[in-house]
Write a new protein. Structure first.
Length: 138
């Protein structure tokens, strides 16, 4: 379906009782249009990113980017420089924002359920066997 017919199709859908369900060809056209704009329009990307950051974290894209810079563009745990978009760590209980983490550190916290006691136990366990491993330990 050509993009110019997309608005006409949207209006027709709004005007009928089938508002809740767009036809598959309309969804496909909308997806293709959004993908094309994402690739070619920097302003569109910033607007979408801002909307997502605001909806997810309650802060603007400018605040989000300034926080990354203030953190030195490094992970709060391993201190490696970010090579991809960092994760904004937050409490799943309270929603409180914490700091930016790299993906491996963020996944690590998630695997331990963000439980500091489990993380401390894991660290003690690793330190206990640091430099002591051999086949007889198993």
């Amino acid at each position: 379906m050509p993009f110019k017919d997309l608005e006409k199709q949207r209006k027709a859908v709004r005007d009928c009782n089938a508002r809740r369900r767009l036809r598959p060809e309309v969804k496909d056209a909308e997806s293709a249009y959004a993908a094309e704009r994402w690739q070619t329009d920097e302003g569109y990307r910033r607007v979408r990113k801002n909307r997502n950051v605001l909806r997810s974290y309650g802060i603007t894209l400018e605040q989000y980017e300034a926080s990354i810079v203030a953190q030195g563009n490094r992970c709060a745990i391993c201190h490696k420089e970010f090579t991809e978009t960092p994760c904004l760590d937050h409490s799943h209980t309270t929603g409180q924002l914490r700091k930016f983490l790299c993906h491996p550190c963020n996944r690590g916290l998630g695997q331990f359920g963000d439980d500091p006691n489990l993380l401390e136990a894991a660290a003690l366990y690793l330190r206990e066997y640091e430099g002591k491993w051999n086949h007889e330990n198993v």
